[in-house]
Design a protein around this ligand. Structure first.
Ligand SMILES: CC(C)(COP(=O)(O)OP(=O)(O)OC[C@H]1O[C@@H](n2cnc3c(N)ncnc32)[C@H](O)[C@@H]1OP(=O)(O)O)[C@@H](O)C(=O)NCCC(=O)NCCS
Length: 189
């Protein structure tokens, strides 16, 4: 059954009891939404990896409608990578993915992360583009003896101030001067 478009979506941090629902959403999203973009072998590897609970130490947010999880997204920070955005196939194109990604970006900005990175699935590419992510390059992630094509993308969240540029320049000059001094000292001794 399709949900009403005006049903209110709320975003909240994930709890341990969400684990089964997270696995169900990621498995169904790959099986139904992403299937068209991958070969049989690649799809099987993806489904295998999404049929078990997520293990990385991620910050996870859940999207809910009427208390029911309909999507989730996660952030690995460091190294400041979006590690997942998955929406229940019954609820796609309702802005839920965008709300989730905005929540991740807010979290990253709170932690002063200047750039967010993502290895987007081929399926997620247009979604990330629509949310302001720039294409870096095509990449291949190894998964159960197969390679999964994806696209490395990034979004700058914080602009660099001239003070930060100056600070980095001073640090670079100081590091170079120390290196020269050490080499000079070693030659002399
Ligand atoms: C990618 C995904 C998270 C998008 O979630 P969503 O809730 O449908 O996304 P939104 O409704 O917020 O989409 C925002 C915009 O992104 C773009 N977009 C989203 N899905 C798209 C698609 N399948 N094709 C083309 N553009 C798409 C559109 O511009 C869309 O705006 P519009 O609906 O007004 O045209 C969802 O399709 C999904 O779970 N896919 C399978 C899992 C996956 O590949 N996730 C990415 C992992 S890196």
């Amino acid at each position: 059954m399709k949900p009403q478009i005006n049903q209110r979506v709320t975003i909240r941090p994930a709890k341990p009891e969400d684990e089964d629902k997270i696995v169900e959403i990621q498995y169904n999203a790959i099986k139904i939404i992403a299937a068209k973009d991958y070969s049989h072998k690649q799809l099987n590897a993806l489904l295998k990896s999404k049929s078990i609970p997520r293990k990385s130490p991620e910050t996870v947010f859940i999207a809910e409608i009427n208390g029911q999880p309909v999507g989730f997204a996660s952030l690995l920070s460091p190294p400041n990578i979006i590690s997942a955005v998955f929406v229940d196939p019954n609820f796609i194109r309702r802005n839920i993915g965008t709300l989730l990604i905005h929540r991740l970006e807010k979290e990253a900005i709170k932690n002063k992360v200047p750039i967010l990175w993502v290895y987007s699935s081929l399926t997620g590419y247009s979604f990330y583009r629509a949310n302001g992510y720039q294409t870096i390059r095509k990449a291949y992630l190894p998964l159960y003896s197969t390679y999964i094509p994806c696209i490395q993308m990034k979004k700058r969240l914080l602009t660099i101030t001239s003070n930060e540029i100056r600070k980095e320049l001073y640090q670079f000059i100081a590091a170079t001067a120390i290196a020269i001094a050490i080499v000079y000292f070693l030659i002399k001794v």
